[in-house]
Design a protein around this ligand. Structure first.
Ligand code: PHE
Length: 343
C-alpha cells in the first residue's frame, strides 16, 4: 500500500473514532493517540526522509491535509460534547417549582428584650423620655447623690462589685435620676425612664449577678403620690391585663420619702392565693416613692418649688410574672428550648 493510501485509511479510522467519542476525556485520549508524539502521524512525518524526493511535496501535502482535518474535527467535536454536557447538566438540575419553599432560619428577640420593649412602649405612650446611663458608674452617682453617704448602713442592701474604691458596677439604675437632673437646667421638669443592666453579688433562682432594671423619674411642680399610683396602675394594666389591681405598702429607700413597695394582684390565681404568691394574693413588682428633698437639692433642684416621684422595677421579675417563669437563671442559660418559646 502506498503512503497516500495509508494516510487516507488512517484518516478514515481516526474520523470514525472521533465521531464516536462520548466525552471530552475520550476525545482528549484520541487526540493523543493519533496526533501525539508517539502517534502514527508523527511517525509518518519522521519517515518522510525515506520517501523519494520527487514524491515528497505531494505526500507532504496529504500529510498536512490529514493533520488539519483531524485537528478541525477534534475542535468541532469538543464543542459539541461541551454543549451536550451542559444540556445534560441542566436536565439533571431541574427545579421542581411546585415544592414548598425552604424558609431561611430567622432569629427572634430574647424574652427580656421583648419585655423591656413592652415596658418602654407603655411609658413612651405616657410621654416619658428614655434615657440611658453608664453600667460602670462612680460611688457618687450610684450612692452619694441618692442620699446614701459613705458608711450609710443602707448601702448594705446592695452587695456591690467594686472596681476601685470609687468605680463600681452600678447596683441600680437610680443613678440616672441624679445624672438626668444634673444634665438639665435646675428645676426643669423631667419625665423619664431609664432601662439597663445592673449588677449585684447574688446568685440563686430569683437573683442573678447581672440583671435589668427600669428606673422612672418624674419631677415637676405639685406631683403627688396619687400621680405615682395612677401612672403605675395604668402601666400594670397595660402590662398584665385590665383586671390587675395594685397596692402600695410602706417601705424604705434612702432616696425616696415616703417610700413604698408596689404589689400587683397575683397574675396566676387572680388574688385568691396560690404557690406563686405564697397564698397572699399579691406579688411585689417594684419599689417607689416621692423623691427625697436631699436628692433634689444635691442635683441642683429646689425642693421648695419642685417635687416628684421615682420608681424602679426589675425587668426579669416583670418577665417572670408576665410569662409564668419560675427560675430567673433560664434567661441567661441560652437553652434554645426555652428561648424559642418566645418566637
Ligand atoms: N433602686 C431601688 C432598688 O434597686 C428601686 C427604687 C427605685 C426604689 C426608685 C425607689 C425609687 O431596689
Amino acid at each position: 500500500m502506498g503512503m497516500k493510501d495509508m494516510l487516507l485509511e488512517l484518516r478514515e479510522k481516526a474520523l470514525q473514532d472521533l465521531q464516536a467519542a462520548k466525552d471530552s476525556q475520550e476525545l482528549q485520549d484520541l487526540k493523543v493517540k493519533y496526533l501525539g508524539r508517539k502517534g502514527p502521524m508523527t511517525e509518518i512525518l519522521r519517515g518522510m526522509g525515506k520517501v523519494p524526493a520527487a514524491d515528497r511535496p505531494k505526500i507532504g501535502e496529504v500529510v498536512n491535509q490529514v493533520k488539519q482535518t483531524l485537528e478541525q474535527t477534534i475542535r468541532d467535536r469538543a464543542e459539541i460534547l461541551k454543549e451536550e454536557a451542559l444540556k445534560a447538566k441542566i436536565a439533571n438540575e431541574k427545579v421542581d417549582i411546585t415544592l414548598p419553599g425552604r424558609k431561611p432560619a430567622c432569629g427572634h428577640l430574647h424574652p427580656l428584650t421583648l419585655t423591656a420593649r413592652e415596658i418602654k412602649r407603655i411609658f413612651i405612650h405616657m410621654g416619658f423620655d428614655v434615657i440611658e446611663g453608664p453600667e460602670i458608674d462612680n460611688d457618687y452617682f450610684n450612692f452619694e447623690a441618692l442620699n446614701l453617704p459613705k458608711d450609710h448602713p443602707a448601702r448594705d442592701m446592695q452587695d456591690t462589685f467594686y472596681i476601685t474604691d470609687n468605680y463600681l458596677l452600678r447596683t441600680q439604675t437610680s443613678g440616672v435620676q441624679a445624672r438626668t437632673m444634673q444634665a438639665h437646667e435646675p428645676n426643669t421638669p423631667i419625665r423619664m425612664i431609664s432601662p439597663g443592666a445592673v449588677y449585684r453579688n447574688d446568685y440563686d433562682a430569683t437573683h442573678s449577678p447581672m440583671f435589668h432594671q427600669v428606673e422612672g423619674l418624674v419631677v415637676d411642680r405639685d406631683i403627688s403620690l396619687a400621680d405615682l399610683k395612677g401612672t403605675l396602675e395604668l402601666f400594670c394594666r397595660e402590662m398584665f391585663g385590665d383586671d390587675v389591681k395594685i397596692r402600695l405598702r410602706p417601705s424604705y429607700f434612702p432616696f425616696t420619702e415616703p417610700s413604698c413597695e408596689v404589689d400587683i394582684s397575683c397574675v396566676i390565681c387572680g388574688g385568691k392565693g396560690c404557690n406563686v404568691c405564697k397564698h397572699s394574693g399579691w406579688l411585689e413588682i417594684l419599689g417607689a416613692g416621692e423623691v427625697h428633698p436631699n436628692v433634689l437639692k444635691m442635683s441642683g433642684y429646689d425642693p421648695s418649688i419642685m417635687n416628684g416621684y421615682a420608681f424602679g422595677m426589675g425587668i426579669e421579675r416583670i418577665a417572670m410574672l408576665k410569662y409564668g417563669i419560675d427560675d430567673l437563671r433560664l434567661f441567661f442559660e441560652n437553652d434554645l428550648r426555652f428561648i424559642r418559646q418566645f418566637r
